[in-house]
Design a protein around this ligand. Structure first.
Ligand SMILES: N[C@@H](CCC(=O)N[C@@H](CS)C(=O)NCC(=O)O)C(=O)O
Length: 233
């Protein structure tokens, strides 16, 4: 049994989709990151970086309980546990891992910062907004080219698509329409049409509320971006 600790954000959705795709038995536990539950001592014991998602597998390596954080590592772990969505043959495997790392090191941090400066920063800092918007455009172009050559990010549908989809689908938050990206749009539609993706994107949906722009209270803003983040826990 997998206990998943998560919240309905792009990084959480990666795992919701993966668990639905693989059919592994799981229970999801909500960690309300706007209320500071990511600083709860139990959660920090399995996720010392105070970020969702994290998980505990009661049947981990050697049959022992095993915990893991960082969504990319978790996707690889679940792919290996289930024998799905990550090929074993070296050539195709590293291709998938390459695009997974492209998400972890590029899409996640850049889209995240773009989102921050457009939607949450108390002042409009045009240098920062442009810097991250241009990085997003650059990453869109990389994906557009790749998806002109391949049906999915690394050939067949894989954990690379699962990692990228929840970030790419909410393009409105980056104010970057997809009109000039037909391959990206085709891929988004194909991934969205999968039953497991539809189901995964609905996990914890009842806990989601508007946290755009003015949607955050001062307390939530303090927890997510203020000194709570920099104190030693
Ligand atoms: N590199 C991490 C990033 C995880 C992450 O940034 N999670 C966000 C939600 S999408 C979070 O937990 N934020 C809580 C906080 O900022 O305290 C991963 O891929 O797992």
């Amino acid at each position: 049994m997998i206990d998943l600790y998560s919240w309905p954000t792009p990084n959480g959705h990666k795992l919701h989709i993966m668990l639905e795709e693989t059919g592994l038995n799981y229970t999801v536990h909500a960690v309300n990151i706007s209320e500071g539950e990511q600083f709860d001592p139990f959660f920090l014991s399995i996720s010392p970086n105070n970020r969702i998602p994290a998980m505990v597998d009661s049947d981990g390596p050697d049959g022992k309980s095993f915990s893991l954080f960082e969504s990319g590592a978790m996707l690889i772990y679940l792919a290996e546990k289930s024998g799905q969505l990550l090929p074993t043959e070296a050539g195709t495997r590293y291709k998938v891992l390459q695009w997974l790392m492209f998400q972890m090191g590029g899409i996640g941090p850049m889209f995240g910062q773009s989102n921050h400066f457009i939607n949450y920063a108390p002042e409009k800092i045009s240098y920062a907004m442009n810097r991250y918007k241009n990085e997003c455009i650059r990453l869109y172009n990389v994906m557009e080219t790749q998806l002109g050559d391949e049906e999915y990010m690394a050939g067949d549908y894989s954990i690379a698509d699962i990692a990228i989809y929840p970030w790419a689908m909410n393009w409105k938050r980056r104010e970057l329409p997809l009109d000039n990206y037909p391959n990206l749009k085709r891929w988004l539609d194909a991934v969205a049409a999968r039953a497991a993706v539809e189901k995964g994107m609905k996990v914890l949906a009842d806990r989601r509320r508007n946290t755009d722009k003015s949607g955050l209270s001062d307390k939530e803003r303090e927890i997510l971006f203020g000194k709570t983040q920099f104190e030693k826990h």
